[in-house]
Design a protein around this ligand. Structure first.
Ligand code: C5P
Length: 282
């Protein structure tokens, strides 16, 4: 088995600028990866079968994005090889940290190499978009300014940073948040200027806080340490801190009823560069 990191992401900024005819929302967002994530282990099978070795609570194999990514790549390319896939989850599921999307992107990037397919990054991004709006950025593999529904990506340079990330033990439904009539779907671009001045913002935050008091409480608690914000459609919230020591201390003191971890910003996806492609093997 070869092991690969599927990093978590934070949305440092998320502004909803409109809605497409199909109901998907047009966004402007800043994505930053973290050096914390799931572990995806893969072994090529010669018999063409794609098998999931692990059980994921609440995620049947048929809807597991990591498995669907492998199937999509196989169907698209006609590759005759298969794969055993094992995902060890560390990223809270449904937490706005991109766990399932990152697992899927890691499978696309890793199998492109292991199956010798030589698809371009753009071809993999297009496949990723068929799996979900957050998959393309993980294939893109760099801190990014995103537009469209998340598929129009430009690299962005971010300062090194450490974060404390807390996830209340609740499930936030992304479609329910996006469909709320209270959500602002502002087409003005003023908030880009706000981000470039260093102010973070997430348009989904007030909607999620009004529906889930647990998220509002986590944000209130985290605000004593700095400019705390929500990632994606929640439930995770985060704050930037000056060191890993400070971030670990915040996580150690977190209130009960939530998970937490400390992590550093990761500029490049480990699979983006050949030298760092493989985290380990066994
Ligand atoms: O693409 P993904 O499966 O991650 O999206 C889940 C749901 O979130 C979509 O079905 C849609 O209701 C909502 N969504 C949206 N606009 C986006 C991303 C997601 O409305 N840009």
């Amino acid at each position: 088995m070869q092991a690969f990191l599927a990093p978590a992401k934070l949305n440092l900024f998320l502004h909803v600028v409109g809605r497409r005819d199909d109901g998907y929302h047009l966004l402007q967002s800043v994505f930053r990866f973290l050096n914390y994530g799931d572990t995806v282990e893969i072994e090529v099978r010669q018999d063409g079968e794609i098998r999931r070795l692990n059980h994921v609570e609440g995620v049947p194999e048929a809807i597991d994005l990591a498995i669907r990514a492998a199937q999509l790549l196989k169907q698209t390319t006609g590759c005759t090889l298969g794969a055993d896939i094992q995902v060890t989850k560390h990223i809270p599921m449904g937490g706005g940290l991109g766990g399932g999307s990152s697992d899927a992107a890691t499978v696309l990037l890793a199998l492109n190499r292991l199956w010798g397919l030589n698809l371009s990054r753009q071809q993999l991004i297009d496949l990723g978009l068929q799996l979900g709006a957050d998959v393309p950025v993980f294939v893109f593999g760099e801190s990014a300014w995103a537009e469209g529904i998340g598929e129009k990506l430009q690299p962005i340079k971010l300062e090194p940073a450490c974060y404390a990330v807390l996830t209340p033990n609740i499930h936030v439904s992304t479609p329910a948040i996006f469909s709320k009539k209270e959500l602002t779907r502002d087409t003005r671009l003023a908030k880009i200027a706000a981000f470039s001045k260093g102010y973070g913002h997430n348009d989904l935050e007030p909607v999620v806080c009004s529906m889930y008091p647990e998220v509002a409480a986590a944000l209130d608690w985290l605000k004593q340490f700095g400019d705390a914000r929500m990632s994606g459609s929640g439930a995770s919230v985060f704050v930037e801190l000056p060191s890993m020591e400070a971030a670990n201390k915040v996580v150690a003191e977190k209130p009960s009823g939530m998970r937490g971890f400390a992590a550093q910003g990761l500029d490049i996806h480990p699979l983006r560069e050949n030298a760092n492609e493989q985290l380990g093997s066994r």
